[in-house]
Design a protein around this ligand. Structure first.
Ligand SMILES: [Zn+2]
Length: 376
């Protein structure tokens, strides 16, 4: 694909939408990190990448569950910008462009193919603005195409086209690296990696999505699939989405043992189990054992402590590219950051029960309140 010239019309500083305030920078750590690329940061330690944009925007009432296409990019760009800022405030080192499900196949499904180019450019522009203002890395994003079929050559040509054009737009926006994510076929993931390698010069983080069966859809173990991705030139490999910490960690440990490159781990913040290892397989006993995905998952949400514990355990296994996928809120990202010993701006408001009206230990709390604790 020929590189297209960058648009001259836009000067990010002149944008009216920049009225949303950037979070305070997280002191010297972030200042020191500024200007360094993904690989340098990973060599030194962990990198946190907040994800889960479409789920969070759905919860906020700006995106429809089902197709999960972020039409909010046109309808309310300020909401997308604020969510990026919220995640940075909570500790994300990365601003990932919301091009997830903004590829031609998803737009075909919702009848908005004509918006393909402007929607991708809008997502990249918003994310770039936040990344540059906050000193975070700007990540381009490729994802599952939902049409990959290894037996159908015409589908493979279309997949190739989807990846090539999305890489091209992201390169024009100046992304610092690429994420290719939520891909259940290693064959499709290899195609995404090939497009990143062919049309860009930046690092590639490739994360697979493992459904209920602990295999890729081409029948490989996650470890073997990641080994093949590393051999094909991925800079970091691992898993994102679908599985919660409890059912993703065992696979991550196998991946860690199988590859030499960096390992990425971005579970969904849901309490998946051995019997129901993916969030799409969870059923809710309170509601006639109905499938909880996607809008009945609330009873299964991980606590902040569970995400903290996930961060600790992943770090202990030298898994350095960390995040939380669909279902994540800023409070999860803060818990993840704190599990690494960090103190992002949002940590100023991390819980302090010493001044609680009943449970507080502070002298200013009246005895008439603390004496009543047992009756609460
Ligand atoms: Zn996800």
């Amino acid at each position: 694909m020929a590189a297209r010239p960058r648009s001259k019309a836009k000067k990010s500083g002149a944008r009216k939408r920049a009225a949303v305030r950037a979070p305070a920078r997280a002191g010297s750590a972030r200042a020191a990190a500024k200007g360094r690329g993904l690989l340098e940061r990973l060599t030194d330690g962990a990198v946190i990448c907040a994800e889960g944009y479409v789920f969070e925007l759905e919860r906020r009432g700006y995106l429809q569950a089902g197709a999960f296409v972020p039409e909010v990019l046109f309808d309310h760009p300020e909401v997308v910008e604020q969510l990026h800022l919220d995640f940075v405030h909570a500790g994300s080192d990365v601003t990932q462009a919301l091009t997830y499900y903004v590829h031609r196949e998803k737009l075909r499904v919702i009848g908005r193919e004509q918006d393909l180019v402007p929607m991708n450019r809008r997502a990249l522009e918003i994310a770039r603005g936040v990344a540059r203002r906050t000193g975070t890395l700007l990540a381009g994003d490729l994802c599952n195409t939902n049409i990959y079929d290894p037996a159908d050559k015409s589908s493979l040509r279309e997949v190739e086209r989807i990846f090539a054009e999305q890489v091209g737009w992201a390169v024009e926006a100046g992304v610092d690296y690429f994420v290719a994510e939520t891909i259940a076929w290693v064959g499709e993931a290899l195609m995404a990696l090939a497009a990143i390698r062919r049309y860009s010069k930046v690092p590639a983080v490739i994360t697979l999505a493992i459904h209920r069966e602990a295999l890729t859809r081409d029948g490989l173990s996650a470890a073997e699939a990641c080994r093949r991705l590393e051999a094909a030139g991925a800079d970091a490999v691992g898993l994102n989405c679908h599985r919660g910490p409890a059912t993703m960690l065992p696979l991550l440990k196998e991946i860690r043992a199988a590859v030499k490159c960096h390992v990425a781990a971005l579970p969904v913040p849901y309490r998946t189990t051995a019997a129901q290892p993916s969030f799409m397989s969870l059923t809710d006993p309170c509601c006639g054992d109905q499938r909880a995905f996607p809008v009945g998952l609330d009873p299964f949400v991980c606590t902040r402590q569970e995400i903290f514990d996930f961060g600790r355990e992943a770090s202990a296994h030298d898994i350095r590219y960390l995040g939380v996928c669909c279902g994540a809120g800023p409070h999860h990202i803060r818990a993840l950051a704190e599990s690494l010993g960090r103190h992002p701006p949002a940590s100023r408001f991390s819980a302090d029960m010493s001044r609680h009206a009943f449970f507080g230990t502070d002298r200013k709390i009246r005895k008439i309140q603390t004496d009543y604790r047992a009756k609460l």
